[in-house]
Design a protein. Structure first.
Lengths: 142, 138
């Protein structure tokens, strides 16, 4: 994969998959054995069943922030790895059993680091940074 | 400066300033008006300047015995360097709101650095598994 192709892969992830709410596409752009590291589910779960953990997490995000929009702020790419600084904005209008909707507008920032194999995401690590944590960081499944 | 030179600076920071506690390396590798955007630590509100950053490095070393930072992956493009890293040690002191667990832990994260004229001008960083490792499954 070229640097340019890896950037296209990140556009597909953040814009064509997350923003278009087309989570089925994760199965096309990630390897079947993708390892996903997120503060929002146990490391072991993301290692053993990263695909389903990823889809479940992003489904929950969309439920909590139905209007959420991601923006890629920075991207660093090499032929087999790519990292992204991103943000999302949205309204916390969806409730979870233990996290009632606040109606608050949020802007959350994060970073991810991706290993690319055969043109697909083989490993992805997410971490938050910045002043506003995700509302899901209060969720008990973490 | 080339991307390889920027990576070399980043590696030097992890190896010398962070792992060997040679804080003077921070004066050589970070811009004077350096800014950082990283998880808040107790008593840390200042997020600019090399001196504030040195105190932050020291507070990590105080919280974790035998502290060791490891660069798992580092990539660079333009003026940015992105790093997959871990920091491990004996969690012996309060850290980021977590009371000491007295366990050996390894915390993973991602770090971004923007370079200007060969020095680190700004960084963003966060931890991935800190709640799981220091707080247990909540």
């Amino acid at each position: 994969m070229s640097v340019a192709e890896n950037k296209v892969l990140m556009n597909r992830l953040f814009y064509d998959t997350f923003n278009a709410n087309n989570l089925a596409q994760l199965r096309e752009i990630c390897t079947p054995d993708v390892e996903v590291e997120s503060p929002l589910f146990p490391t072991e779960e993301g290692r053993k069943d990263g695909m389903n953990a990823f889809i479940k997490l992003m489904t929950t995000y969309r439920h909590v922030h139905p209007d959420m929009v991601y923006v890629i702020e920075d991207v660093v790419a090499e032929p087999d790895k790519v990292a992204v600084g991103f943000s999302y904005t949205g309204t916390h209008s969806g409730s979870l059993p233990d996290i009632p909707a606040s109606g608050q507008k949020v802007r959350v920032t994060g970073l991810c680091f991706v290993h690319v194999r055969d043109g697909k995401i083989a490993r992805i690590r997410f971490c938050p940074y910045g002043p506003m944590p995700s509302v899901l960081s209060k969720h008990p499944h973490k | 400066m080339s991307t390889e030179a920027n990576k070399a600076v980043l590696r030097r920071v992890f190896e010398e300033a962070f792992n060997k506690n040679k804080l003077e390396v921070i004066d050589e590798t970070y811009a004077e008006d350096y800014e950082f955007d990283a998880p808040p630590l107790a008593g840390q509100v200042v997020t600019t300047g090399r001196e504030a950053f040195k105190r932050r490095v020291q507070s990590f070393a105080a919280a974790f015995g035998d502290i060791h930072y490891k660069i798992e992956d580092v990539i660079a493009e333009g003026d940015l360097v992105a790093t997959n890293f871990s920091v491990s040690g004996l969690h012996r002191g309060e850290f980021a709101g977590f009371p000491p667990t007295n366990r050996r832990v390894e915390i993973t994260g991602v770090h971004f650095a923007r370079f200007v004229d060969g020095r680190i001008k700004k960084t963003w960083a966060g931890f991935t598994n800190i709640d799981e490792v220091l707080g247990g499954q909540k």
